[in-house]
Design a protein around this ligand. Structure first.
Ligand code: C5P
Length: 238
């Protein structure tokens, strides 16, 4: 696992489509791919194993949010899968976050594996100021809530957060540089933004202090995905 990965969001509906895409990436490239709800609900733990068997790492992005006991049990199963990262919602609170970490550690220990890094979701980037203040009844700005959740996640034994690259410097000021900030919403200078509202280039995200990128369509829909991945790596590793 690279300590500053470019993580490819494997947003495909079936195992066949995901693996056909991944066929283009040799084991020597040793990429990290993100499996989200769509692919995991369709293809289950078998797709995690199939990708690992090809020599790649898996970020399992299931965003757990439930009572602590249920999250701990779910994370125990995830801990046995040998993935490198997984996610939980910070809004579940410190008891749930600590239970998530306990579950991961227990599951990984049962298989003699390293525990996956636990990343907390702060405020989703789809959460507007209006949703925050009206629907969630949280006063203040989205950024203040994101920073608060990052502090909560750190105090609750998480390893980092998923956040916008625009938030990364405020997060690192609040929680220190060792706490990971993994950033989606990345677009190379030449690419279109798709439905992402606030995008940043790989070089700008690196400069802002991002610890890893999540990139989907600029790689998965490129004419030459391996070339697109390598170009983003070059921009990122400036
Ligand atoms: O195709 P694109 O590069 O926009 O994909 C970004 C990936 O990161 C998707 O899997 C998306 O669900 C995820 N993501 C995001 N914004 C967040 C959290 C996750 O775009 N705040």
């Amino acid at each position: 696992m690279s300590s500053r990965p470019v993580i490819i969001a494997l947003d495909f509906p079936t195992a066949e489509k995901a693996l056909a895409f991944l066929d283009q990436f040799s084991a020597e490239l040793h990429v990290t791919v993100k499996i989200g709800m769509e692919l995991f609900y369709a293809a289950g733990p078998a797709i995690v194993k199939a990708i690992q068997d090809r020599g790649h790492d898996v970020f399992l992005d299931l965003k757990l949010h439930d009572i602590p006991n249920t999250v701990e049990a779910g994370m125990r199963v995830i801990g046995r899968l040998g993935v490198t990262y997984t996610t939980v919602h910070a809004a579940g609170g410190h008891v749930m976050l600590a239970a998530a970490k306990r579950g991961l550690l227990a599951g990984a220990a049962e298989e003699g594996l390293a525990a996956p890094k636990l990343l907390a979701i702060t405020q989703l980037t789809s959460t507007s100021q209006e949703i925050l203040n009206e629907d969630q009844q949280i006063a203040g700005t989205v950024q203040a809530s994101v920073v608060h959740y990052a502090q909560l996640a750190q105090q609750s034994d998480c390893d980092g957060v998923i956040c916008s690259a625009q938030e990364i410097s405020a997060i690192h000021v609040a929680v220190g540089d060792d706490f990971l900030g993994i950033t989606p919403g990345i677009r190379p200078a030449s690419a279109q933004a798709d439905d992402q509202q606030r995008v940043m280039t790989p070089a700008a995200a690196a400069k802002a202090g991002s610890n890893g990128l999540v990139v989907g369509r600029p790689i998965t829909q490129a004419d030459d995905p391996v070339e697109a991945y390598q170009r983003i790596m070059t921009e990122w590793r400036v």
